[in-house]
Design a binder for this molecule. Structure first.
Ligand code: GLN
Length: 488
């Protein structure tokens, strides 16, 4: 098999068995990036020299007969809102253009301790606010399957990297869909874990009650493999759950899905989605049914009615508070000014892009006295109701099947002038964050014009295992997602 099509599990096995060296893996990835990156623009900061050094260290370990870890010599791309000590972590923003954090994100540390080799930092919408990676302060990333279209966002660079075969794995973050939607648009797997499963320490905060780190891959086995590495309790993150984690590999290799109860959401069925996404829903439904799953309808009326406005109140409210720290005094951009007020205004005026400013304004508004009760408090109540609705649904079913997005990847520039249209694309993903649930987007084929179609599996809290088992059943029939540009 072509090395770029190989899974992380296969690459790590090959490194451990000395069939290939970590250095060779990294060199192959670098060659691939050099071949394709000029068209796709997925990376903000390549880390090739560092990666080659790290790979040499892994190879030394292997040479000495030491255990190089479950991700030995596996190339990985990391979203640029995850801190890496001493290295640029821009968050796609001018505000942090030259910021070098003094510490590693826990997820970065866990990956490196497991033997993974980080090849570069991926492009993203500024502060993870967006759905197309067009909000990056630096340049847009393009969809590898159609360069006129967006790769999704905000983790568009991570998703595109995996789709192009830069690496079998990438890390992203998901506040309202930022892993699952770009995974769908780029034709790869993306998993947003249960809130609290994976540490947020060192993830630049957007909306802290919603943010989660998660992986992209081209195989279900790799999702399980990387969850075993990432899903550790972390004392450095107060919201990291201390609950014992299962071995995620044990959910794989299930012969059939007999007894699995899958729900389709009536309100989502009635929602206007593009016909090719409806067809993909049916395709996945048939595969799961064939594998032994039983289907029923569930109702989530508040979720569909209130989810979107609720998210677009809570997320900006939290963002307006989190982003108050960028004041030109402590760290990040600092613009010459006459006095303190002037410093705040100039720094924040120049450092933030239009969408980030829009969120800060919205967030400040909904938290201000007089409007707090009318907006923020109502949104919090709606959020509770949404969580309860999901909880009730999960008494009758083990998993929900829904589209990841209502549309196929849209054209560059198509939604730039119309933020509401952009927000509407998050209708199926953001309720999952509001209710702290796990969601997995898988590739369920391609449109007639060759665009990837994503379908989403949603589980109850801590239900990742069910999602992995179901995704694997689909993979057995449809095969693993392909690399764009032929994978060579
Ligand atoms: N598109 C959503 C937003 O703009 C979600 C972003 C995310 O998950 N980080 O807020």
């Amino acid at each position: 098999m072509n090395r770029l099509q190989m899974s992380a599990a296969d690459l790590a096995r090959a490194v451990k068995n000395r069939e290939v060296s970590a250095a060779e893996n990294v060199q192959a990835s670098i060659a691939r990036i050099e071949e394709v990156e000029g068209r796709v623009h997925a990376l903000l900061t390549p880390l090739f020299d560092r990666a080659l050094e790290k790979a040499a260290q892994i190879d030394q370990k292997v040479g000495k007969g030491e255990d190089p870890g479950p991700l030995a010599g596996v190339p990985v791309i990391v979203k640029d809102n995850l801190c890496m000590r001493g290295l640029k972590t821009t968050c796609g923003s001018r505000m942090l253009e030259n910021w070098r954090p003094p510490y590693d994100a826990s997820t970065v540390r866990f990956m490196e301790e497991a033997g993974a080799v980080i090849l570069g930092k991926a492009n993203m919408d500024e502060f993870a606010m967006g759905s197309s990676t067009e909000n990056s302060a630096f340049f847009p990333t393009l969809n590898p399957w159609d360069l006129d279209r967006v790769p999704g966002g905000s983790s568009g660079g991570s998703a595109a990297s995996v789709a192009c075969g830069y690496a079998p794995l990438a890390l992203g973050s998901d506040t309202g869909g930022s892993i699952r939607q770009p995974a769908a648009f780029c034709g790869v797997y993306g998993l947003k874990p249960t809130y609290g499963l994976i540490s947020r320490y060192g993830l630049v905060a957007f909306a802290s009650s919603l943010d989660q780190v998660g992986p992209f891959s081209r195989s279900v086995e790799d999702l399980a493999l990387v969850l075993n590495v990432l899903a550790k309790p972390d004392p450095a993150d107060a919201t990291s759950s201390r609950r014992e984690r299962p071995d995620f590999m044990t959910f794989l290799g299930k012969e059939n899905l007999k007894g699995l109860r899958v729900g389709v959401v009536s309100e989502f069925e009635a929602y206007p989605v593009q016909p090719e996404i409806k067809e993909a829903m049916e395709r996945v439904q048939n595969i799961l049914r064939e594998a032994g799953a039983r289907f029923s309808c569930v109702n989530l009326p508040t979720t569909i009615e209130a989810g979107l406005p609720c998210y677009y109140i809570i997320a900006p409210a939290e963002a307006s508070s989190n982003l108050a720290r960028y004041d030109g005094v402590r760290y990040g951009l600092s613009v010459e000014a006459r006095n303190l007020g002037d410093l705040y205004m100039k720094t924040r005026g120049r450092g933030f892009g239009a969408e980030v400013k829009r969120r800060i304004l919205t967030g400040t508004y909904v938290l201000s006295s007089g409007y707090y009760d009318a907006y923020y408090l109502v949104a919090l109540k709606a959020r509770t109701k949404i969580s309860r609705e999901f909880k009730e649904a999960f008494q009758d079913v083990d998993m929900l099947l829904m589209p990841t997005t209502p549309t196929l990847p849209f054209r560059q520039g198509e939604n730039v002038e119309d933020p509401i249209q952009m927000y509407l694309g998050d209708v199926f993903t953001l309720p999952v964050n509001l209710a702290s649930l796990p969601g997995l987007s898988l590739n369920a084929g391609y449109s007639k014009t060759g665009l990837p179609v994503g379908i989403q599996l949603v589980g109850p809290q801590w239900g990742e295992g069910t999602l992995l088992a179901a995704a694997e059943a689909v993979e057995r029939v449809l095969g693993k997602p392909a690399c764009a540009f032929g994978g060579v």
